[in-house]
Design a protein around this ligand. Sequence first.
Ligand code: ADP
Length: 279
Amino acid sequence: MADQAHPSPVSPGQMSSGGRSKGAAVTISGVTKTFRNRSRSTQALTSVDLTIDRGEFVTLLGPSGCGKSTLLHIVGGLITPDAGVVTIDGSTPHAARSKKQFGLIPQAPALVPWRTVHENILFLSTLNKRAGQTALPPTQIDELIEAVGLTDFCHAYPHELSGGMQQRVALVRGFALGAPVLLMDEPFAALDEITRASARYLLLDLWSRTGATVIFVTHSIPEAVILSDRVVVMAARPGRVAAVEDITLPRPRTPEMEDETVFLDHLRRLRNDLRDHHT
Ligand code: ADP
């Protein structure tokens, strides 16, 4: 499993197989979080350690309630941990957030209804640019729009699009920011299985064009395998890292790979990991 090219693992078994060894983009060290309210407290995360390389695609996989979203939000500077340290290119999550180093792609596409597809995609990038932050150049954004088959819909409004098309707009909008780190919280959860299966490959295409670091949350094992360099299996009560699996499928990934033994072996191992740590 070990890959000599990876310089700074925080904990064992966290090496990527994607050859994306340009140093750590995100480090998570000893992160612990308990939510407290009047009647009870929930230990959402305990002692989570993880190092994510630049350009790596890492998926957090686990059942509901194992702390995937909490961890994603801690990395994104939206939740403060009780203990532990997170760095994004050496900055705190809060500083990275104010430098617009994140793009967040949520479950629901959250498009602005009175703006066209093109305006929705450009809106946040334009704001970022005005603030002196990164955004992809317009020609590259047009290439992304074309890559997901939306060129003919640039002047359509969100209500004229299917759910799958709206989610494609949200994907392009996320990548168009040019942010080095993209946080994706089950972005395909609302899609039907067939649309969802093809959306995975569109996402991989966009990712390969931009080289962003991606932290992706899902509870779908096949989705985790086909997308990722590494899958981090999380377990609940308390939320923690239970196992880490390097995905050895070559890139670019293709639908045909889903019938291959390597894919099926990963599937089986991850299913066992999830079962072993299910409480
Ligand atoms: P996942 O994304 O894996 O479904 P979450 O990170 O959303 O899990 O939640 C982890 C645990 O923390 C769950 O038990 C959840 O109920 C609890 N939790 C999450 N957010 C809050 C909150 N704001 N207040 C109280 N409990 C929370």
